[in-house]
Design a protein. Structure first.
Length: 248
């Protein structure tokens, strides 16, 4: 299991304001917001960081134009920031069955589809997703993802450009989530992750080469720490709402 990408609800300026786009680029993150997928109801722009990425989403219509219905509703109610946390798994069916055994209400794995061009056309992405429940206080949810095959992975990676690897920023090292977890939320973490430890008010989850930390806090925020080998860009930071991106 590894961190694959973070889905972040954003306002228009993140994709349109030239000065903000330059701030992203000054961090060493090549950013071309016009290149992402979209329909008349939503626009996605990506920030590619090695094999991981940020998926920045702006909703443009009441129905979201094919975007996930519950995420569209949250956006329309004013949610901005991390909404979906994608974890890549090797066997999504086995992961799904494991969560069911732990009484976690997870959706069955299925391909992501969205309709476009006045609902006349449909596009199916080459992967399956399985969504875990939303956390009760912290406003995002984990979801599992598995590409159909190695050919699909190679196909997707050719579109992960421009990529911060060009600036020696090679991936996501750690995601720190500040906020409050309920007992039900902690049950989700125990069922989902095999390797975690609790120290004081912090839960640390060790993946193969990455870490996810939950830090008890009255205020919700998210820090994403990048693997930066570029001395000129090291320690640079960028804030998108309550999301902070940090070179380390």
């Amino acid at each position: 299991m590894k961190i694959d990408h973070l889905v972040v609800n954003v306002d228009s300026f993140v994709q349109e304001d030239k000065s903000f786009i330059e701030k992203v680029r000054s961090l060493g993150l090549p950013y071309e917001p016009k290149w992402g997928k979209g329909t008349k109801g939503f626009k996605v722009s990506n920030i590619w960081i090695g094999n991981e990425y940020f998926e920045l989403v702006k909703i443009k219509s009441n129905d979201g134009g094919g975007w996930l219905e519950n995420w569209t509703k949250d956006y329309q109610r004013g949610h901005r920031g991390l909404i979906g946390f994608a974890l890549e798994v090797d066997d999504i069916e086995a992961a799904y069955q494991n969560l069911i055994r732990h009484n976690i209400q997870v959706s069955p794995p299925k391909p992501l589809r969205f309709r476009w061009f006045f609902n006349l056309l449909s596009k199916t992405m080459p992967w399956k997703n399985s969504n875990l429940p939303k956390f009760e206080v912290i406003p995002f949810q984990f979801f599992l993802q598995q590409l159909n095959d190695e050919k699909s992975k190679a196909f997707m990676q050719q579109y992960m450009v421009p990529n911060s690897r060009e600036k020696n920023i090679n991936g996501i090292l750690e995601v720190k989530i500040y906020g409050t977890l309920t007992e039900q939320d902690k049950n989700i973490l125990k069922a989902l992750f095999q390797d975690y430890k609790t120290e004081g008010e912090t839960i640390t989850i060790a993946l193969e080469k990455q870490t996810i930390s939950f830090v008890e806090s009255k205020e919700h925020s998210v820090e994403v720490i990048l693997d930066c080998k570029n001395e000129e860009k090291s320690t640079n930071q960028l804030e998108i709402g309550n999301l902070k991106i940090i070179n380390s």
